[in-house]
Design a protein around this ligand. Structure first.
Ligand code: NAG
Ligand code: NAG
Length: 251
């Protein structure tokens, strides 16, 4: 065959090489309806209703409609039992909302993940919304993509151990407008490299030791008081989330 025909064939062959295909693990439409939501998410934390603040999660404080997930915290009195089942067993002062993705996120040498969402997050004292990854087995890994602790900052955190944590704070507007957060995770040997973005600008890079191959939960919750200070709000507070998308390249 002539050289030009050969070139055409070579080009065609190159175009047919299967590029690493991105798989949509959670689509942006997951909050369009309760039925869509329940395909990809379960209610509460993976371990139940209680964690490290004064909010007790209940299904009734999770609302899904028109592409937006709303987690609502309402003051509660005489909760039973009165304290959290989880360490450090804080007193319960609120009913609130938490959800977690059904699929685990496991970063390996053969894949990479991109985790995205848009957030109208509260920053008053006593409000502790989060969008985070935590270990399925033991702890860590933990990666906090969104964590607001009662001040006008988002905290990006990666925990190697309970005492070895890297935190990068980025200023967060307090007007409840939506801003996007994204974390891109890739393995580097036994570690995982995490690039954190806000409104599509790279803000921080952190590394998690021994995170490769460790399955993680993706959790969205409105916890209250605890690390965000107390007392928290006396009225109803709402944390809104939209366009959450998880994609995986590779297997
Ligand atoms: C408490 O939960 C938040 C997520 O809401 C997490 O980022 C943090 O590491 C937890 N703190 C402790 C001490 O368990
Ligand atoms: C956690 O471990 C990684 C290595 O995987 C290292 O690069 C990083 O600096 C460690 N983080 C802290 C806070 O020591």
């Amino acid at each position: 065959m002539t050289q030009s025909v050969f070139r055409v064939f070579t080009l065609a062959a190159l175009l047919l090489v299967p590029a690493a295909q991105a798989v949509t693990v959670i689509p942006k439409t997951a909050f369009n309806s309760v039925a869509d939501f329940e395909k990809y998410f379960d209610y509460l934390y993976p371990w139940g209703s209680d964690h490290n603040g004064s909010g007790r999660m209940v299904k009734g404080n999770v609302n899904v409609a028109s592409g937006t997930l709303s987690l609502v915290a309402t003051p509660t009195s005489n909760p039973v039992p009165p304290t959290s089942a989880a360490n450090p067993h804080p007193a319960i002062h609120y009913a609130s909302g938490a959800v977690h993705a059904k699929d685990h996120i496991t970063v390996t040498a053969g894949n990479s993940y991109s985790i995205y969402g848009e957030f109208s997050a509260l920053t008053p004292k006593g409000t502790w919304p989060a969008f985070w990854l935590t270990a399925v087995n033991g702890w860590p890994p933990e990666v906090d993509i969104g964590e607001w602790k009662g001040t006008a900052n988002n905290w990006y955190n990666t925990f190697n151990t309970s005492s070895q944590v890297k935190s990068d704070l980025v200023a967060w507007p307090t007007d409840l407008s939506f801003h996007s957060l994204r974390a891109d995770l890739t393995a580097q040997g036994s570690s995982v490299k995490i690039d954190f973005f806000m409104d599509n600008q790279l803000k921080a890079t952190q590394y998690g030791a021994n995170f490769a191959g460790a399955p993680m939960w993706l959790i969205i919750n409105l916890q209250m008081e605890g690390s965000s200070g107390s007392p928290g709000p006396t009225g109803t507070t709402t944390y809104k989330i939209r366009n959450v998308q998880v994609t995986r390249t590779g297997s």
